[in-house]
Design a protein around this ligand. Structure first.
Ligand code: SF4
Length: 375
């Protein structure tokens, strides 16, 4: 049922090249889930987020510190190796310093026609964030218009936001089917469904979701659910890891990370006012990355509510090695979840993860979850 999503995910470069032959636009690489893709889409381009290849590499050492997160290095490595040589534009909405270095090195060392750095405020909790970001989006809009010489109308922005909102609503519908005692899909399928939405024209992705949803609602998986787990943390599209977890007596039923629910959780709320302000509000109000979660820690109650809504038995706290934002968040988050009755297992990710040792740790965790003990 999810074969199209797996195909898109696995053949992402084929999809993008094919898209270019059929459309009068460019592929624009986005470095973070804070990228306001609606603007790129409204300009007639295909926004694509660069995700991990999960292959060991040795090309980033001259460009980026070895103690920057493996995800940023993996992304940059693919650029340096020419995997995205069809991509004419890149953009970063500021999130963390690690990813910013990937963007800067890509801009300097990988041939692209267009590179845009968007000053996405980190302090989203200030009163000024909304108007500030709306102003930055206006600059980004002008920059895109200058690049291709095409006007981006308010109407095109509204249409793009509607397409993106539909994608978000459909993803919610799919996630809702994981709340009951027998989830209609595995965590692996959900991961690939969301990850592929970063790579495919949202209209096409929406059409496929609408096609499978009626059947998905009736689906009964031929497997035991086992322990119901949640994944929380840094970027995670490691399909081998989740496949392993779901092979040892568990099902991942929800998540909070930037390649999962954080990407689609909230929508653009339309007012009759300025469409750029509506889009800016969406990015200010979305479930935050730890880089932007201060002074109030808004992430924690949101994560707790997800754990309750999806009836989670335990939480896997996933951190990309050296990811400072998540590393600072993990100890208080672990304490918070434990105090609220959710056992946690902390795991550190690299470009590839040692599945054998991790399997042993996950199995031990599942035994403890089964005994309803807390760490
Ligand atoms: S995993 Fe952490 S360090 Fe890496 S890009 Fe994401 S927030 Fe930045």
């Amino acid at each position: 049922m999810f074969s199209k999503f797996f195909e898109w995910y696995e053949k992402r470069h084929d999809y993008a090249r094919d898209w270019l032959t059929k459309n009068d636009g460019e592929v624009v690489g986005c470095f973070c889930s804070y990228a306001p893709e609606e603007l790129i889409y409204a300009a007639g381009h295909l926004p694509v987020r660069m995700l991990g290849s999960h292959e060991p590499q040795d090309v980033t050492e001259p460009h980026i510190f070895g103690m920057y997160c493996p995800f940023c290095r993996d992304v940059l490595a693919q650029g340096l190796k020419g995997r995205f040589n069809y991509m004419k534009g890149i953009m970063l909405a500021q999130s963390c310093l690690h990813l910013r270095q990937s963007f800067t090195s890509w801009r300097n060392h990988v041939p692209v026609d267009y590179a845009y750095y968007l000053y996405m405020p980190n302090k989203v909790q200030t009163d000024h964030a909304r108007s500030y970001l709306a102003g930055e989006l206006a600059k980004f809009r002008r920059s895109l218009e200058e690049w291709t010489g095409r006007e981006i109308t308010d109407e095109a922005l509204r249409e793009a936001a509607e397409v993106y909102n539909e994608s978000r609503r459909l993803a919610h519908e799919v996630y809702d089917l994981r709340k009951g005692p027998n989830p209609a899909l595995t965590g692996l399928e959900a991961m690939v469904m969301v990850a592929s939405s970063f790579m495919v024209d949202k209209k096409e992705h929406n059409a496929e979701l609408k096609r499978i949803l009626p059947e998905l609602k009736e689906r009964r998986l031929d497997r035991e659910t086992g322990a119901r787990l949640m994944i929380v943390g840094s970027e995670d599209d490691d399909t081998e890891f989740i496949r392993m977890v779901e092979s040892v007596g568990a099902t991942v039923v929800t998540d909070d990370h930037c390649t999962g629910s954080r990407y689609f959780w909230n929508s653009v709320e339309f007012t009759n006012g300025d469409i750029l302000s509506d889009i800016a509000n969406r990015y200010v109000d979305r479930p935050t990355c730890p880089t932007k979660d201060f002074e109030t820690r808004s992430r924690f109650p949101h994560i707790l509510q997800l754990a309750k809504d999806f009836n989670v038995d335990g939480v896997l706290l996933i951190q990309q090695k050296f990811c400072d934002p998540h590393e600072c968040d993990m100890p208080p988050l672990k304490e918070y979840l434990n105090e609220n009755g959710f056992p946690t297992l902390f795991l550190e990710f690299d470009v590839t993860v040692p599945l054998g040792p991790m399997r042993i740790r996950v199995e031990a965790f599942l035994e403890m979850v089964g005994e309803e003990e807390l760490f």
